[in-house]
Ligand binder design. Structure first.
Ligand SMILES: [Zn+2]
Ligand SMILES: [Zn+2]
Length: 108
């Protein structure tokens, strides 16, 4: 009985951690428009937090996990140094500083 209780506590703890992380990301994404700022992608699984000034490497040193970074962004009141991009646009931007979408489709 004790073992069962411990296991279920552990499982709940892990689930709570995951839920907490999901809620943190949802809050962050919805604040920044819940879609890719470049191409308009809305599928949350494809979205990521992008550093507008491409200074992500510095922040990755400050924050050990994406979750820690998300929490810090919320605490800072969602500064415009961040935006939501999908992984494609995030990668596209990483190479040249501007996503190829922007070059190909100027109105975006
Ligand atoms: Zn995109
Ligand atoms: Zn793009």
């Amino acid at each position: 009985m004790v073992n069962y209780m411990e296991k279920s506590w552990e499982r709940n703890y892990k689930q709570n951690q995951q839920n907490y992380y999901r809620r943190t990301k949802e809050k962050l994404f919805s604040q920044y428009g819940a879609s890719c700022k470049c191409c308009g992608e809305k599928e949350p699984a494809f979205l990521t937090v992008d550093h507008v000034n491409n200074d992500g490497a510095l922040e990755r040193k400050l924050f050990p996990t994406t979750q820690a970074m998300c929490i810090s962004i919320i605490k800072q009141g969602f500064p415009d140094r961040y935006q939501i991009l999908c992984y494609n646009c995030n990668n596209g931007k990483r190479k040249t500083g501007t996503c190829p979408h922007v070059i190909a489709v100027p109105q975006l």
